[in-house]
Design a protein around this ligand. Structure first.
Ligand SMILES: Cc1cc2nc3c(=O)[nH]c(=O)nc-3n(C[C@H](O)[C@H](O)[C@H](O)COP(=O)(O)O)c2cc1C
Length: 167
């Protein structure tokens, strides 16, 4: 029997998760809005409506969400592949990802956080629980607002920087 290939769990839908928090820069504390690319996320319950996201413990976004206890899930179209790669290969610790063309910040309706205007749909969430799952944290978010804007084909990750879409 050959060894298990990690890509077997793919394709998985790609979302951009936005978070807001404080960060220190040159001795000053600044507010930072950040974006992380995730393919590990899932609905968890209908009633109450709960949504889970899984973030590596060492990631900057993990620290932001642990402190602020809120996040927004931005569902994106296939054509936003470039933004997903950018937000998944750079860290908000050193760059402002909202400076990238095609990523416009707008305020959430129900939480103190921002979301991405170009997304097709959003979930705004308050963290009600967090579970250490090895090297990741599973944040359990209670959905405080949800909205859809369009039905463009969404983006799925296949591993090794390859993506696909729905039919
Ligand atoms: C397609 C794709 C999917 C990813 N999925 C996850 C994920 O589910 N969980 C995670 O912790 N990191 C994931 N990453 C890696 C983070 O997006 C990446 O480490 C990012 O630079 C972290 O940003 P931050 O330092 O601003 O938090 C993914 C990256 C890509 C490109």
């Amino acid at each position: 029997m050959s060894s298990f290939k990690m890509e077997t769990v793919n394709p998985r839908q790609v979302v951009l998760v936005t978070a807001r928090g404080k960060t220190d820069s040159l001795g000053r504390t600044l507010q930072k809005d950040n974006i992380i690319t995730l393919s590990w996320h899932t609905p968890l319950s209908f009633d109450p409506y709960l949504y889970g996201i899984c973030i590596g413990k060492k990631r900057f976004s993990c620290k932001l969400i642990q402190e602020s206890k809120v996040f927004a899930v931005n569902f994106i179209a296939h054509e936003m592949k470039g933004m997903a790669l950018y937000c998944g290969r750079s860290t908000g610790e050193v760059v402002d990802k909202f400076c990238k063309e095609g990523l416009t910040k707008e305020e959430c309706d129900s939480i103190d956080c921002c979301r991405i205007q170009e997304a097709s749909a959003w979930l705004e969430c308050e963290v009600i629980d967090q579970l250490e799952t090895g090297d990741h944290i599973l944040f359990v978010g209670k959905v405080t607002s949800k909205s859809n804007k369009d039905d463009r084909k969404r983006l799925f990750y296949m591993g090794n920087d390859r993506f696909t879409s729905t039919l």
